[in-house]
Design a protein around this ligand. Structure first.
Ligand SMILES: Cc1cc2nc3c(=O)[nH]c(=O)nc-3n(C[C@H](O)[C@H](O)[C@H](O)COP(=O)(O)OP(=O)(O)OC[C@H]3O[C@@H](n4cnc5c(N)ncnc54)[C@H](O)[C@@H]3O)c2cc1C
Length: 446
């Protein structure tokens, strides 16, 4: 970090995915507003301009409007070429037919993007990477980018820092055989990277679950004809996966499987399911694939003197909107570092509560997701949901609430706490009970 003045806060951001780049952007903004000097280095092992897994942070690439709206805070303009598809409906395929949840208000749209430069094979030349756009913006505004993996983060010997610096001891970050001292290290390594050896810190990454992610090439017209502007969700048998999702992405369709039991074999089984071939057809060409993990819990000891973890490396919403959580945690951590300080106490006071809010909301999410096995196994349940969804007259209000809940569950537009509140509204519970009873009776008499 040669060139950083005595009063300059030296920050190493380890990982240049969304969380790391958003942190750099917010920290630069808050430093400018507070008249503080910062020198930010982002360490990133990948080059997002590469095709396939080497340039990609392995994700379905759905971003809801609520997250895009927050880009204004950073003066970030989404380049139109980045947007591959616009989604206005989620279609849940059940044993009783397909439930459609349409965008409940005009501002709730969703887009799909590629995190890297595009699939490994058959990529169009003009695809733009979302992660590359955000990191380029951070560099354009003053962050330094080091394209290399960090091997070690070590708490240094005490002393040697100026009084303006918030951390009492500098922290050594080692990458490519070189070490540099920093006042603050931001761990934004996600859950699929290479966690550096952490000496003198008790950080433990969050628990994760296995996913299977692949890209299919169909061509834009065929994607439009088969999927429309809809994300399609399927409930395959448990021995294949918990659920599977098809996402339109321009000429491609992204497929995400949660808890894929036998990795790529589960994918083949999923693509061969009748309900899936009814949407996709049988002539699909696989152009990319990976087996990432998804964060499903809270990291431990993720703040310390001079260290804070953000994004997946700390806390993220369960199965939803990870890019939104990356943005929210990065903003809060940057605000704390710039306006309060970089000690464990500072982060405990004004950053950790946000992560605990995300975590406690996820517990409610786990409760709501208990309906997935019920939907798979109890035929009366999907039939009851169909009745509610198509309710008219006096039941119209319940039907609208039902659509809003489905939209929120699929997109992450509302917190799980809000969804639970909506789902336990007395009128909805009553109508659902009546619909379940009606479905059971109808089955018995038919
Ligand atoms: C299959 C799947 C589908 C998903 N779909 C969606 C979706 O549609 N929408 C959504 O919002 N979220 C989705 N998510 C979640 C989303 O991908 C994550 O929440 C999001 O990427 C978190 O951002 P991050 O910056 O914390 O981590 P990451 O995006 O994982 O970025 C971490 C970065 O750190 C770098 N790194 C790691 N270790 C080192 C090191 N030692 N030195 C230097 N660099 C390092 C990595 O190369 C990487 O670039 C999905 C996740 C999975 C697994």
């Amino acid at each position: 970090m040669s060139g950083a003045g005595a009063g300059t806060l030296r920050i190493a951001v380890v990982g240049g995915g969304p969380a790391g780049s958003f942190f750099a952007l917010f920290a630069l903004k808050y430093a400018r507003l507070a008249g503080r000097e910062v020198a930010i280095t982002i360490y990133e092992g990948k080059d997002f301009r590469q095709f396939g897994q080497p340039g990609c942070n392995m994700c379905a690439g759905i971003i809801p409007a609520s997250v895009l709206a927050r880009f204004d805070e950073l003066d970030l303009k989404l380049r139109p070429e980045l947007i591959l598809s616009r989604v206005n409906t989620y279609s849940l395929h059940t044993s009783a037919g397909t439930l459609h949840a349409s965008q409940p208000d005009p501002a709730a749209h969703i887009i799909s993007v590629y995190r890297g430069a595009g699939p490994r094979y058959g990529h169009p030349p003009d695809l733009v990477s979302f992660d590359q756009m955000v990191i380029e913006e951070a560099v354009a505004r003053g962050a330094r980018l080091r394209r290399s993996l960090v091997q070690e983060i070590r708490r240094g010997e005490s002393g040697g820092t100026s009084p303006q610096r918030t951390s009492a001891t500098p922290i050594e970050v080692t990458s490519g055989g070189e070490s540099e001292p920093y006042d603050l290290v931001v761990l934004a390594t996600g859950v699929n990277g290479h966690l550096p050896a952490l000496r003198g810190f008790g950080y433990r990454p969050p628990p994760t679950s296995p996913m299977c992610q692949t890209e299919l090439y169909l061509g834009s017209d065929e994607v439009q004809r088969r999927l429309g502007a809809s994300v399609h969700i399927f409930l395959p048998p448990d021995e294949v996966a918990t659920y599977g999702i098809l996402i339109p992405k321009g000429p491609f369709v992204a497929v995400s499987l949660l808890h894929a039991r036998s990795q790529m074999r589960s994918l083949r089984q999923f693509l061969a399911q009748d309900e899936v071939t009814a949407v996709l057809g049988t002539q699909v060409r696989q152009v990319c694939g990976c087996l990432p993990r998804i964060s499903v819990g809270l990291a431990r000891s993720f703040v310390d003197d001079g260290l804070v973890a953000v994004g997946d490396a700390s806390a993220t919403r369960l199965y939803k909107n990870g890019i939104g959580s990356a943005l929210a945690t990065a903003e809060r951590a940057a605000w704390t570092a710039m306006h309060r300080g970089c000690t464990r106490r500072d982060f405990l006071a004004s950053y950790v509560p946000l992560c605990h809010t995300i975590d406690s909301d996820n517990w409610i999410g786990r409760l709501l997701f208990l309906e997935v096995p019920v939907l798979k196994r109890v035929g009366a349940m999907p039939r009851a949901h169909h009745r509610l969804a198509t309710g008219n007259g006096r039941q119209r209000e319940v039907s609208e609430l039902h659509t809003r809940i489905l939209w929120g569950m699929f997109t992450g537009a509302y917190s799980y706490r809000d969804l639970l509140r909506m789902a336990t509204s007395p009128n909805l519970v009553l109508q659902l009970a009546l619909a379940v009873g009606g479905s059971i009776l109808q089955k018995d008499t038919s």
